[in-house]
Design a protein around this ligand. Sequence first.
Ligand SMILES: [Zn+2]
Ligand SMILES: [Zn+2]
Length: 127
Amino acid sequence: MNEVGLRYYCYRCGRKNELQLPCPRAPEFHHSELRCTHCGDETRVMLSQCPNPDCNGSFVYWINDLSIPGLVENFAKYMTTNMQSLIDRAAKEGVRISIDTVDKFTIPAACPCGNKFNIEIPIPDLD
Ligand SMILES: [Zn+2]
Ligand SMILES: [Zn+2]
């Protein structure tokens, strides 16, 4: 798998961190925890490489204290719980509803090369 050099400035102390991280090609992504080498502040990063074969290896990334894949998973649980109560209520009233469950969550991204692509986070099967 490709590795990329990521340089970021810590949100807490403002100092520079330089890392080498694995970076799969979109729609795959890499998610990992970061720890500032100066103050120890922890954050998370999600990154993915532009799939355009003519691109010079650019990548996109999101730095956030929250785990984006974790958010998707929690949201999926919330959705499933709420859909289930909706389905139960509809069943009591003699209504049949069918719901297409998506199996991935898509995040649109744009590369400096002009290419637009998606990152896909698999949604766990929560049956
Ligand atoms: Zn720091
Ligand atoms: Zn690109």
